[in-house]
Design a protein around this ligand. Structure first.
Ligand code: ZN
Ligand code: ZN
Length: 400
């Protein structure tokens, strides 16, 4: 078992990405067979399959899994490879015996899927100062560990499948009573929403179940080894005995849940951004229409755009929706990071001033509500050295 030669940091990286690599390979094979299957038609009865939307979601899934494999360092390289992959997939469909057709719109739809994933990955990159980055590192560490266990994959899959069936059936029964013609699309939308919701609930459940046990071991967030034996100085700082990464006693405090007031505040500012962007998009759209109606001959291409297939236009709308919500999420995360970064001055939960409250080995408690806070700033001490913030940034880059 003991492999002193293996770098604990890379070991952890490899272990954390292994299940994702398996899933990625299976998914990539299934998707490639699906896109190259001779004359595949996913239509149900009279309802034509929303081909471009399926492309968008399928390749968004591929792009996300490709990122999780961690074969590609850096978002830019990953994004470039994803775009090329999507294009090659479509080019090879032009092989005559497959009876499939090459379409630039299919490529565009696939790319739109990758764009949404890229926007969300960017939105969830580490942000803010040391407090915020350590909070983020904890969340990432717990999620990573959750997905290292086969049992959790099964649990999340069961949640997704269960909700998919439940909501899909409910929609079917409802539409059957109300409007039987709309049965198929309603079931598709309902099942899709149910599946996504179930996935989220399953993930959240696994996160909450595993977090206390994981944090109890006092793991290093870089290599996953326990730091229970590490020397901690009076500021709460130390170094991981296995990989040397900087650690702090406060990193094993459970990140407190957001209070309802905090959620409302963040959600409303996020929604504000989303609303502004949407208004802007509608304004651009109206502007284009006005241009077209005033000079139909000069702006003929606008008319041509308006005649693209309905599902392609939905793909564009979904992409805008995905990118706008990602921007809003990033904005809300920036606000939250600011609150987290000043947690040793203002209580994260009740906003009480904890400026003067004493902390011991880097941890204190709000006298009003008891929420613990972390205090980093009291010098670098014996176990520290260097600028922890910059080191954390390097660790974040590793984690990408
Ligand atoms: Zn370590
Ligand atoms: Zn408080």
């Amino acid at each position: 078992m003991a492999e002193p030669a293996a770098d604990p940091k890379h070991e952890r990286r490899r272990q954390a990405s292994r299940p994702w690599r398996i899933v990625f390979i299976l998914y990539a094979i299934a998707l490639t067979i699906g896109t190259h299957w001779p004359r595949l038609d996913l239509s149900v009865g009279d309802v034509r399959a929303p081909d471009k939307i399926i492309h968008q979601f399928a390749f968004a899934g591929l792009a996300f899994l490709l990122w999780r494999t961690r074969w590609l360092r850096g978002l830019d390289l990953w994004f470039a490879v994803a775009l090329i992959w999507i294009m090659l997939d479509e080019f090879t469909q032009a092989i005559p015996i497959l009876g499939r057709t090459f379409s630039w719109f299919d490529i565009l739809a696939g790319w739109c899927g990758a764009v949404i994933v890229a926007a969300w990955l960017w939105a969830y990159r580490p942000i803010g100062g040391e407090h915020a980055r350590r909070h983020h590192a904890q969340t990432i560490f717990v999620y990573e560990s959750v997905f290292m266990g086969f049992g959790n994959w099964t649990r999340i899959a069961l949640y997704s499948a269960g909700m998919l069936l439940l909501v899909g059936t409910a929609c079917a029964v409802f539409m059957w009573q109300v409007h039987p013609d709309g049965l198929v699309p309603a079931v598709m939308v309902g099942a899709g929403a149910g599946g996504v919701g179930g996935f989220y609930v399953g993930m959240d459940t696994c996160f909450r179940r595993n977090r206390p046990r994981l944090l109890e071991n006092q793991p290093c967030f870089t290599c996953g080894r326990s730091c229970a034996e590490a020397t901690i100085d009076e500021d709460g700082r130390g170094r991981c005995p296995a990989c040397g990464a900087s650690i702090h006693l406060g990193q094993w405090l459970e990140t407190p849940d957001l209070s309802r007031r905090a959620i409302l505040g963040l959600a409303s500012s996020g929604f504000g951004i989303f609303f502004l962007l949407s208004v802007l998009a509608v304004a651009v759209y109206i502007g284009f229409l006005l241009l077209f109606f005033s000079h139909p001959d000069r702006f003929f291409f606008i008319g041509r755009l308006a005649r693209t297939a309905v599902d392609m236009r939905i793909v564009i709308d979904l992409t805008l929706l995905g990118v706008f919500t990602a921007l809003a999420a990033r904005f809300a995360r920036r606000l939250r990071a600011r609150q987290v970064d000043e947690q040793d001055r203002r209580c994260l939960d009740c906003r009480h001033d904890v400026h003067m409250t004493r902390s011991e080995r880097g941890i204190g408690r709000c006298p009003e509500c008891g929420t613990p806070f972390v205090r980093f700033e009291a010098g670098t001490g014996a176990g520290g050295g260097g600028v922890p913030g910059s080191e954390l940034k390097a660790a974040d880059r590793d984690r990408q």
